[in-house]
Design a protein around this ligand. Structure first.
Ligand code: ATP
Ligand code: MG
Length: 617
């Protein structure tokens, strides 16, 4: 319902809502003028320290006076509701404008020159916007562009430190250093965002697209700067270099000021026939002021992670997302119908090597690990796939209990795997090498970080108390969830704790996921078995001599730190810092990482994942 009044301001209409606030058109009776009022979440003002900080920040924002900046007139709080009063911008936002498609280059140049000098002015005051995006670029009646929402993200960060809510940010324009959660953001993050905005203004497309914020943020981190000419071939060729420089992963390689970038754009536009600008202010290096440190989120490194050393655990800032629909749609996946499995009987399925008598588990059924081909309508009927409400990573369930088929195509050296019957595989394993730099990590404290959620009679996948939870509550079914970004070489690590269900289960990591039918699986079970598998064209193959047993794996209701190194042709599985298995295969050279949980004959595998980290090899 529309609030009628806040302080003296009479609210007339809602202008829109962003991730964290609602903006209303209102009348200020004192000056008899229209204003826009942004009402921030009530949680903002619960803390006295935050209130003091808010006032300081609001004063700074209100002190920004420059032609291309939406002026802030007032701020305050009433009944715990914090608000900012600013000039009403009747011309809509750049986001609205871009809905109609890309803009001509001379129009882009005109908008940019105004924004660039405004941004340099603000940077010279030591203020970083942190959330530059088309929705924060507003127009007056004459089509002049203005930057809005300076400092709002900073304020939001402060509130998050207090409330523990999701971090705010917009991944579509987010610099790699912001996506990484670096504490020392400087004005060049805004330059990067400006580069991403320029890409969209010229081409009508976002530089990186994915269906989850996490996917987009990861692309900003690791994918090469996209080629704008591949999207819009009729642009001047020099646009490509301009975008590449503005969006350079290393900020030293970017334009160091917004005006420098606007000058480069002007040169291209003039060459393309636009009239030269008279108003562009000369590029002046802004005073570089150390960025205020970002409030750290309390994330404790995994206890049993010797290889992690002192690596800081930085969460990936993830923006707030639109509210999810109540029940995520569950699609009965029309997966390609696999070829019917060859009849068993001719060739015996290669048996898992006999376990050591000391282990005394020969009766354990591990036959399913050999090769599986999904086939038949009955099996397809339980192949399920949903797209999450946030368009998130895919999850799929399938029934692995199809007819076993002998492995023929793949027989890759499992080296070194414990020799068959070895009661003490520790002797033949080696310690995990240290991890490289963190590319991405998720401690699952933000329930909107992009992993799929699902709830059904067959199980669930959800965020729970700072972890990601997968319960498979029907027999012979596996669920998995993947991120969206394709990686070539990477180490993927996660802590996986069995909280309930049978030990005769399966859990682990996925790498190089291509689609539902093609990826690698690096698995353990809660009764101490492990293996590296490949799912190719819907068939599963276990590398080497089938599933092996290792005492390295913590059994029962406990936690294991799992790591998958998928580097070049080598796929390596580690548990608890020790290498368990290695396979050589070149079928998939890149793909998405993910998590997997499954059951055999007993339902109820209940696994909680935490501290998912992707590192450079
Ligand atoms: P975020 O929450 O990530 O900043 P956002 O910028 O879309 O996202 P808001 O800043 O809350 O969200 O703005 C919500 C809507 O209000 C936007 O659609 C914007 O166009 C409109 N709006 C914001 N400020 C003004 C203003 N001063 N005058 C007119 N409309 C405005
Ligand atoms: Mg905004």
């Amino acid at each position: 319902m529309l609030p009628q009044k806040i302080d003296r301001y009479e609210i007339k209409a809602e202008l829109g809502r962003g991730g964290m606030a609602a903006v209303y058109k209102a009348i200020d009776p004192r000056f008899k003028r229209e204003v826009a009022i942004k009402i921030l979440p009530a949680a903002f003002m619960h803390d006295a320290m935050f209130r003091a900080r808010f006032e300081r920040e609001a004063q700074t924002i209100a002190s920004l006076e420059f032609p291309g900046i939406v002026p802030v007139y007032d701020y305050g709080d009433e009944n715990g509701q914090t608000y900012l009063v600013m000039r009403y911008m009747p011309g809509g936002s750049l986001a609205d404008l871009l809905k109609q498609g890309p803009l001509p280059i001379d129009e882009v140049k005109r908008i940019f020159e105004r924004l660039a000098s405004a941004l340099d002015y603000v940077h010279s005051k030591g203020i970083i916007h942190r959330d530059l995006k088309p929705a924060n670029i507003l127009f007056d009646l004459h089509g002049n562009a203005y930057l809005s929402d300076f400092g709002i993200v900073h304020l939001a960060d402060a509130s998050i430190a207090l409330t523990g809510d999701a971090l705010i940010g917009t991944p579509s324009y987010m610099s790699p250093e912001q996506a990484r959660g670096d504490g020392d953001i400087d004005h060049r993050s805004d330059i990067y965002a400006l580069g991403a905005i320029l890409f969209e203004m010229l081409s009508g497309r976002l530089p990186y697209e994915a269906t989850t914020p996490m996917g987009i943020a990861m692309k900003h981190l690791i994918e090469p700067v996209p080629r704008i000419l591949a999207v819009k071939a009729d642009l001047p060729a020099a646009c490509e270099d301009l975008i590449a420089r503005a969006m350079a992963k290393e900020r030293d390689k970017r334009f160091q000021t917004a005006s420098e970038m606007a000058h480069a754009l002007e040169a291209i536009a003039v060459q393309a026939g636009a009239s030269p600008s008279k108003t562009l202010t000369p590029a002046a290096a802004p005073e570089v002021i150390p960025a205020p440190s970002k409030p750290a989120r309390p994330v404790t490194p995994p206890p049993s992670q010797p290889s992690a050393g002192g690596r800081p655990i930085t969460p990936l800032p993830v923006p707030t997302l639109p509210p999810q629909p109540a029940a995520p749609a569950r699609l009965a996946t029309p997966l390609p119908v696999p070829a019917p499995p060859s009849q068993p009987g001719g060739t015996p399925a290669p048996a898992r090597p006999a376990s050591s008598p000391a282990i005394a588990r020969p009766q354990k059924k591990k036959i399913p690990w050999t090769v599986w081909t999904l086939g038949g309508a009955a099996i397809l009927a339980i192949i399920l796939c949903i797209a999450s409400a946030v368009g998130g990573g895919l999850w799929v369930a399938f029934n692995p209990s199809a007819t076993p088929e002998p492995t023929t195509a793949v027989n890759l050296a499992a080296s070194p795997t414990p020799p068959s019957g070895d009661a003490n595989p520790v002797l033949t394993t080696s310690t995990a090498p240290p991890l490289g730099g963190v590319i991405f990590q998720d401690d699952f404290s933000d329930p909107q970080s992009g992993w799929s959620t699902y709830q059904g009679i067959d199980g669930l996948m959800n965020y729970e108390a700072g972890s990601y939870h997968i319960l498979v509550d029907v027999p012979n079914t596996w669920f998995w969830a993947t991120t969206e970004v394709k990686l070539a070489d990477a180490s993927i690590e996660v802590q996986a704790e069995k909280v309930a269900g049978p030990d005769d289960n399966v859990l682990g990591l996925i790498c190089r996921y291509q689609d539902d039918n093609n990826f690698y699986l690096l698995l353990i079970s809660s009764d101490g078995y492990y293996g590296i598998l490949k799912r190719m064209n819907g068939s599963m193959t276990v590398f080497g001599d089938g599933m092996q047993y290792s005492q390295i794996i913590h059994q029962g209701k406990t936690s294991n730190t799992l790591r998958a190194d998928c580097i070049g042709n080598t796929i390596t599985l580690y548990a608890n810092g020790t290498r368990l298995a290695q396979a050589t295969d070149s079928t998939f050279s890149e793909g998405a990482p993910g998590l997997i949980v499954g059951t055999y004959n007993t339902a109820g595998t209940d696994i909680v994942f935490d501290n998912f980290i992707i590192s450079e090899p």
